[in-house]
Design a protein around this ligand. Structure first.
Ligand SMILES: Cc1cc2nc3c(=O)[nH]c(=O)nc-3n(C[C@H](O)[C@H](O)[C@H](O)COP(=O)(O)OP(=O)(O)OC[C@H]3O[C@@H](n4cnc5c(N)ncnc54)[C@H](O)[C@@H]3O)c2cc1C
Length: 469
């Protein structure tokens, strides 16, 4: 990883790419020779230009006047504090984001594509969005005016050079779509590179990158743009009696509030964007003629049609080691995650060395010679009356040593059963091994089997201080 370094030029060659980089502190220039170049250099990517991959789309979708403020008195004026407040009124509409939760806020004043932001009275717009008068105190920490666009690069690849993230696509910034899509690009490319560089994938699989990602990002860009248009139309068609006192005004506000809520919950709970998309024309997917289900940015249907994301499957049963954490709260989280991942009625199996068994066999130091001649020295230290063991393993072979240290949380059979039941697992049974032998000091292992209740309405018991004990 080279920090404070800028790539100033590159030359694609037959067998690789030769890039010229510059150290930003010293100005020194040097060359980097690589098999591939992936440019994640953002919306202003000079590589895209160099590749001749033009951005095309909608040059202006909307404009925004963004201001970052400190307003210590604002929180007290908001009836229900939230991360995002949507302000809708006939004078000026905008979003108010909580930054830090107390004093600092980001305000986006959304404006239509036409109009001059430079002549817009920032102070007045902020006060109109916040619903405060000219005496309300706030301090501007930073400000930026920007134009929302929808632009997709015509090509994501030129021979050994690839574009990824905002270098390949930009759209109006709603709900994490930009970052999500950039990460999905990088994931898509990374496994293909792993295949090619490690020799288990043909270089031809890299052709699939652009064919898979470009259509999906094109779709996302349109979803984002349409979200912007819907938001704009809500703000520009507010009923005349929105601010009237009385039942009529209350009913109008409830209706508009519901629309704003649905619009925003939809855009932020973007399951379709994350899980619903479909790679339609990939040269490395074996299609079987089945039609993929449609999706929106919010909703999707899980499907095994080739090209869809592998469906999420509720597990019928899980088998896990447990207890290899430093504290019991982490173990509790493991149990809670297991419960969440199981289908109703599904089982989880936990296999550990229980306290009863360990108390019998654990010695401070155990040395063993492994079949390959490695000397393994185990040291165990018991803490807090058998709640924790510190393990240290030393492996010595041919005069070289490697050591591993970790903590291990210890449970008796009864303690483990209690903990499983506390997170909501039911019918917990203890066994001495997987054949169902009885558990006790002479058992090989402690095996606990619990079930997720068949009803999906789980009751979790929470104890405050005792939880992590
Ligand atoms: C106002 C605004 C709000 C946004 N809000 C959200 C949001 O809420 N959620 C969301 O997901 N997305 C949001 N986005 C979009 C999001 O920021 C981008 O999609 C995301 O940052 C893109 O990541 P990236 O790594 O592709 O590019 P960038 O974040 O632009 O990173 C590019 C990097 O490359 C470096 N670089 C550039 N040229 C060179 C060079 N020649 N050599 C070496 N390094 C170089 C730059 O210094 C930079 O660090 C928002 C964008 C804006 C403008």
């Amino acid at each position: 990883m080279l920090n404070r370094t800028r790539v100033v030029d590159f030359v694609p060659e037959e067998s690789g790419v030769l890039a010229t980089a510059e150290n930003l502190d010293t100005g020194e220039r040097f060359e980097i020779s690589a098999l591939y170049l992936v440019r994640c250099d953002g919306a202003h990517s000079d590589v895209r230009r160099k590749m001749g991959a033009k951005f095309s789309g909608d040059v202006v979708v909307m404009q925004t006047q963004s201001t970052y403020i400190r307003a210590p008195q604002l929180l007290a004026t908001i009836p229900k504090p939230a991360w995002l407040n949507v302000s809708l009124n006939p004078r000026c509409c905008g979003y108010l984001f909580a930054i830090g939760g107390r004093e600092r806020w980001l305000i986006h004043n959304w404006r239509p594509p036409t109009g001059d932001l430079a002549t817009l009275d920032r102070d007045r717009s902020i006060r109109q969005i916040l619903g405060v008068d000219s005496t309300f105190p706030f301090e501007i920490l930073a400000k930026e005016d920007w134009t929302g666009r929808r632009m997709i690069a015509e090509r994501f690849r030129d021979r050994r050079v690839f574009l990824c993230g905002d270098a390949a696509h930009i759209w109006v910034p709603f709900a994490g779509y930009g970052m999500n899509a950039g990460i999905a690009d990088a994931m898509n490319l990374s496994w293909k590179f792993a295949g090619v560089l490690n020799g288990w994938g043909e270089p031809a699989i890299l052709d699939a990158y652009e064919l898979e990602r470009q259509p999906v990002t094109e779709q996302v860009s349109r979803y984002a743009m349409n979200t912007s248009f819907t938001r704009e139309s809500l703000g520009s068609s507010l009923p005349h009696n929105l601010e009237e006192f009385g039942p009529e005004g209350d009913a109008v506000r409830a209706r508009i509030g519901k629309s704003a809520y649905e619009q925003n919950v939809g855009q932020f709970c973007c399951g379709g964007l994350n899980f619903g998309y479909f790679y339609k024309n990939s040269p490395i997917i074996a299609y079987d003629g089945e039609e993929a289900p449609g999706y929106t940015i919010y909703d999707f249907v899980q499907s095994t049609v080739p090209g869809c994301r592998t469906p999420h499957v509720w597990l019928r049963s899980m088998f896990t080691s447990f207890g290899y954490f430093n504290d019991r709260q982490d173990d509790r989280t493991v149990l809670e995650n297991m419960l969440t991942s199981l289908e109703p009625g599904g089982a989880c199996i936990i296999e550990v060395l229980g306290k009863e068994r360990l108390a019998k066999i654990l010695q401070p130091t155990i040395s063993t010679v492994l079949p390959d001649g490695t000397l393994m020295v185990e040291r165990h230290e018991i803490f807090d009356d058998w709640t924790r063991v510190r393990n240290e393993w030393l492996l010595i072979r041919n005069g070289r040593a490697k050591s591993f240290k970790f903590h291990h949380t210890i449970y008796s059979g009864q303690e483990l059963r209690d903990r499983m039941e506390r997170v909501g697992l039911v019918a917990v049974k203890l066994h001495g091994n997987l054949d169902g032998d009885e558990y006790g000091p002479n058992a090989e292992r402690l095996i606990a089997i619990g079930r997720k209740p068949a009803s999906t309405h789980l009751k979790r018991r929470h104890t405050a201080a005792g939880d992590s004990q």
